[in-house]
Design a binder for this molecule. Structure first.
Ligand SMILES: [Zn+2]
Length: 324
């Protein structure tokens, strides 16, 4: 687990003071991009509240309370995580049953809902009851990378803590100092701002292979080569078996188009693919072709989430891109 102090310096000390002063709110929204340590901080906060051996305001991470929180086996620290596309009323109902289980009166309980933007309106409304009738000692934390998708009623009743993303160049420098080569670090830092996640990407041999195949496709698209259509099946599909691999493949293609647009307009920004000749060649197309291409990749990413197969979504995309 990445150290929360490294991810968000200052936040632990800020909350330490708030807790010492007895000013902890009942509801928080941790808002910030993926990889900024929101869930880790929720875990830190729970440990800070339960730890039996605080050291200078920091939880020890070793006592029975900390251990149970770290392994997510603590009865009074309950997580609602869902891999589903949405968090439904039933999920919230289960959580509320957990909430109302009678512990000792006024005892501390912590509830964390991650990716709260996925709460359906019904689920969010069901959660509002807690906000309206808070129980002493209860703390609820919602984490989200898309705060603007939360209901205003939810937003207005919680205290919002912003988790800023570190500058991309800083993420790249961290990865390079950890032994990742510059080219891979640049691509990885465009996909996640978490050093550990970026490191894991760079160490996955299929990541480099996928970049290579996506750039091969870009080369064909830049040249207007009809072979691009076949490359989807021969080059991309074998490396895009799981949903995360499929999402990553389209994300890499989106980065190539974004790089090409920036290059076309001579925008001074750190590119994902450095000065790759294939992306440079794509940048020679018209701005209209490039922005329509980027929009088409984003549309394909949405279709992929709607149960269209990767191969058919990507083949249709390549036909569109080839027309540009
Ligand atoms: Zn402890």
């Amino acid at each position: 687990m990445p150290n929360v102090e490294t991810l968000q310096p200052g936040l632990t000390r800020q909350f330490d003071r708030v807790i010492e002063a007895g000013q902890l709110s009942q509801a928080y929204i941790f808002s910030g991009p993926s990889g900024t340590g929101k869930a880790q901080f929720a875990q830190w906060l729970a440990m800070r509240l339960f730890c039996q051996d605080l050291q200078d305001g920091q939880p020890c991470g070793k006592c029975p309370e900390c251990s149970r929180i770290l392994s997510e086996n603590h009865p009074d620290v309950v997580w609602l995580r869902s891999d589903a596309k949405s968090i439904k009323v039933d999920d919230v109902r289960t959580l509320k049953q957990e909430m109302s289980k009678s512990g000792v009166e006024g005892s501390r309980r912590v509830f964390v809902i991650t990716d709260a933007e996925r709460l359906t309106p019904g689920a969010a409304n069901s959660l509002l009851k807690f906000y309206e009738e808070p129980v002493p000692g209860m703390l609820i934390i919602l984490t989200t990378a898309a705060k603007n998708q939360l209901l205003p009623t939810i937003l207005s009743r919680a205290q919002i803590i912003n988790f800023p993303a570190p500058a991309r160049d800083q993420v790249i420098a961290t990865l390079v100092s950890g032994g990742v080569n510059q080219a891979l670090a640049q691509v990885a830092a465009h996909l996640t701002v978490a050093p550990a996640a970026g490191q894991a990407l760079a160490e996955d041999p299929s990541f480099a292979a996928r970049i290579d195949k996506v750039l091969g496709l870009v080369e064909s698209l830049a040249a207007g080569d009809p072979a691009a259509f076949v490359q989807v099946q021969t080059d991309l599909v074998p490396l895009a078996k799981t949903p995360p691999e499929q999402e990553q493949t389209l994300a890499l293609l989106a980065l190539a188009y974004a790089d090409a647009l920036n290059l076309h307009y001579e925008v001074n920004t750190t590119p994902a693919f450095g000065h790759d000749a294939r992306v440079a060649r794509l940048a020679g197309r018209s701005a209209r072709t490039l922005s329509a291409g980027l929009a088409a990749v984003l549309a394909a990413q949405i279709r992929l989430r709607q149960n269209v197969t990767f191969q058919s979504a990507t083949e249709a995309l390549v036909v569109t891109l080839g027309r540009g």
